[in-house]
Design a protein around this ligand. Sequence first.
Ligand code: ASP
Length: 442
Amino acid sequence: MKKVVKFGGSSLASAEQFGKVGNIIRADKSRIYVIPSAPGKRFSKDNKVTDMLYACYDLAEAGKPFDKELGAIRERYQEIIDGLKLKMSLDDEFKTIESNFKTKKGRDYAASRGEYLNGRIMAEYLGYSFVDPVDVIFFDEEGNFDDEKTNEVLGIALSKLDNAVVPGFYGSMPDGSVKTFSRGGSDITGSIVARAAKVDIYENWTDVSGFLVADPRIIDKPEGIETITYKELRELSYMGAGVLHEDAIFPVRIEGIPINIKNTNAPEDNGTWIVESTCQKSKYIITGIAGKKGFCSINIEKDKMNSEIGFGRKVLNVFEDNGISFEHMPSGIDTLTVFVHQDEFMDKEQRVVSGIHRLAKPDTIEIEADLALIAVVGRGMKSTRGTAGRIFSALAHANVNVKMIDQGSSELNIIIGVANSDFETAIKAIYDIFVTSALDVR
Ligand code: ASP
């Protein structure tokens, strides 16, 4: 059995947290490849080291003094080194970082130092080999992750090592410069390493015991999710369920490796298993509910639209030309509605409206702002009758006006559009009908 273990920023924010991580790794011999994030927050008002690095580099780039800020970053690491009683010095590392900041080596380089230094400390603490991602994780000329080259080079490198620490979040461009993934990207590194080393399990350790059926800021103490499929997770993370980076499932998916989300502060909890497929029924008909505010709908009407070939293409062309991606597009015989992110659309709205008039010649175009989309996701919905009916009667009872309904052919999710102001009420109503009332019956 081989495992990749990735630890998030809050799991590595202090020497005390490092101690917990050390115990977790030493408790299981199969935990051989370790992916650390940069130190996160130790308490709610604390700063993440990644944010400190960005801010510090911005000063350097503007030609302003940055020694105080770099000193504060150094202190965060020194505190960990001292707390773990390690005999290592970061003198040379910080000299290099300082001079690279002065020569403006780039924001990605700056941010990557958070993971790099934590990786150095972790390798020293565990007695594991250190692998610098610039040598094994690659991006192409366009800055897209080069999965094939990475998989090959990383696979060979790891096959020669019994154990290793590979810092998360970054790799290198063809010219050797550092490039990071988007924020939270250490989750992706963990998945890439799991795939390349062909391990059995990718454990992703964080500060919660896995995914919850709904957002705890909306639902008081929501139930946890025991098992979720890659596809379900993709729907939920796209809609804002934020435990794991939404791109982290792609590499492990290729090898069918399960991800286990675990809690560093409660390692005995089972957490959530993310799998390709399962015969395990989820506890409730739905697996999870997630949603986002801030959408806009563009409602286009034209008599006999249904018989006009190419109408939809012309409308979508306008969005494409303006660089706006659309989320959903329900249609009727004489109507077609396009849902977009309000912030992407706002500045370009009049250009889009005139573009549609010019190309598609509709009768009217109406824009409605401040909408929210809610995804009700569950592999169990396919085999259960009446799910949609229950959702909509729950929403009607809660006085929520449904503005849009979209059920994909996969029957894995139902997307509902409501006003931003109804968002929380709608999620509560759906949670209650599927989860709270199921708990009451027991
Ligand atoms: N340290 C990076 C961030 O704060 C990457 C990560 O933690 O996954 O986004």
